[in-house]
Design a protein around this ligand. Structure first.
Ligand SMILES: C[S@@+](CC[C@H](N)C(=O)[O-])C[C@H]1O[C@@H](n2cnc3c(N)ncnc32)[C@H](O)[C@@H]1O
Length: 172
């Protein structure tokens, strides 16, 4: 369901356009938080790889879902991946390695209230100069679109989650 929703919302092309706009030089290292099964970022990488070769991508999620096939798909683009299975807050409190050129995040920040977001951004601030986020728009038309998702056969969890995600989304 999430893969289809990402496609319907044009999340990968939107993220790719943000990357082109805000990262004017090819990045060496990117961190993705709340990366899920990694298929979203693979779609983004496919759009960027012609111009950005040899990117080191670190994908963090509290559920470890990456597969050898995923690593091979990225390798085919010239990108290397590292996966981290951890809660982002726990990881950010402890991690002190090399900084990243950017942190990317798709359909993740809306999980958190303002206090948690402030804490998250404060923890991530020393780790990269830039965060690129593609999140739900808290708007009437997005709520209507979320409510008609059953038309494409999404499951009960997604029916609930889509509406709640729009309500928890962002403006401005
Ligand atoms: C809506 S999914 C989005 C996944 C992916 N970005 C995508 O577009 O396919 C949100 C993801 O955030 C992860 N997540 C939620 N809270 C987390 C936390 N505190 N630390 C790390 N990952 C978390 C979940 O496991 C899930 O994979």
């Amino acid at each position: 369901d999430l893969a289809r929703i990402n496609a319907l919302m044009f999340q990968a092309p939107i993220m790719a356009s943000l990357m082109r706009k805000f990262l004017t030089r090819p990045p060496g290292r990117i961190l993705e938080i709340g990366a899920g099964d990694g298929t979203f970022m693979l779609k983004v990488a496919r759009r960027m790889a012609r111009d950005w070769r040899q990117v080191e991508l670190t994908m963090l999620d509290r559920i470890g879902l990456a597969t050898p096939k995923l690593a091979a798909d990225f390798a085919g683009l010239g990108w290397t991946i590292e996966t981290i299975t951890a809660d982002v807050f726990d990881w950010a409190e402890r991690a002190d390695g090399r900084a990243f050129d950017a942190i990317t995040v798709n359909l993740f920040l809306h999980h958190f209230n303002d206090a948690a977001l402030l804490r998250l951004f404060s923890l991530l601030r020393p780790k990269a100069p830039l965060i690129l986020a593609t999140e739900p728009l808290r708007a009437g038309f997005a709520l209507v679109a979320a409510r008609i998702l059953p038309a494409i056969g999404v499951n009960d969890v997604t029916r609930h989650d889509a509406v709640e995600s729009v309500r928890a989304g962002f403006r401005g």
